[in-house]
Write a protein that binds this ligand. Structure first.
Ligand SMILES: C[S@@+](CC[C@H](N)C(=O)[O-])C[C@H]1O[C@@H](n2cnc3c(N)ncnc32)[C@H](O)[C@@H]1O
Length: 185
């Protein structure tokens, strides 16, 4: 009986540790990151889509897509464009896929990848809502990899060392969405 009780408690302890490790594995990447999981004001989405100006045949990446609100709206607004949401953390990608479950178009994909190392050479439009440091890391990649004419629409955190072609103050400003910076590479 005593052996059974010890085994039972060891099993409970093992399950608790496994659950804790799993939660840490899921949650740490969205907390310990250069750009935490904060989504842009949903009322900014139509203005972002307008600035992106997606066409049939566009290849659009939402880098650090969070819950996928921008890339989801983009896929629905322009079914002829290939729309890819990328996030390195599990939770945002799960959430983004769940929220996109009713999207009827077939042009939307979510990838769990690192935006600092992935291939972006086929991009025609990119959207970012990251912090200043990630934008500085992305700048040399954009300059080296992107095809001439690729448009980058960047929320709130301008890329130091690059001049935007347009600066668009958002109509519905809040602390998560004030200004769009549009770059052409
Ligand atoms: C501020 S949120 C932006 C959310 C969304 N783009 C929006 O506008 O609502 C930044 C996201 O970038 C992701 N992220 C941070 N560093 C990343 C990296 N190196 N690779 C991929 N995603 C990253 C975070 O997990 C987070 O979900």
């Amino acid at each position: 009986m005593e052996t059974f009780a010890i085994l039972f408690y060891l099993l409970i302890l093992f399950l608790l540790c496994a659950t804790l490790l799993f939660l840490l594995y899921c949650i740490l990447p969205i907390v310990i990151t250069r750009a935490p999981f904060i989504n842009i004001n949903p009322r900014a989405v139509p203005e972002i889509l307008k600035a992106l100006d997606l066409k049939g045949g566009s290849v659009f990446y939402d880098l650090g897509c969070g819950d996928g609100r921008v890339v989801r709206a983009a896929a629905e607004a322009q079914p002829g464009a290939r729309c890819i949401g990328v996030d390195k953390a599990h939770v945002p990608v799960w959430l983004a896929r769940w929220r996109a479950r009713n999207v009827k178009t077939k042009n939307l994909t979510f990838l769990r990848e690192n935006i600092f190392t992935m291939d972006l050479s086929d991009a025609t439009q990119i959207y970012t809502f990251l912090y200043p440091k990630p934008m500085q890391i992305l700048l040399p990649r954009f300059e080296n990899i992107l095809r001439p004419g690729t448009r980058v629409v960047d929320g709130d955190f301008p890329i130091h060392g690059r001049t935007p072609v347009r600066i668009i103050p958002l109509q519905h400003q809040d602390k998560f969405g004030r200004t769009l910076y549009v770059y052409e590479f």
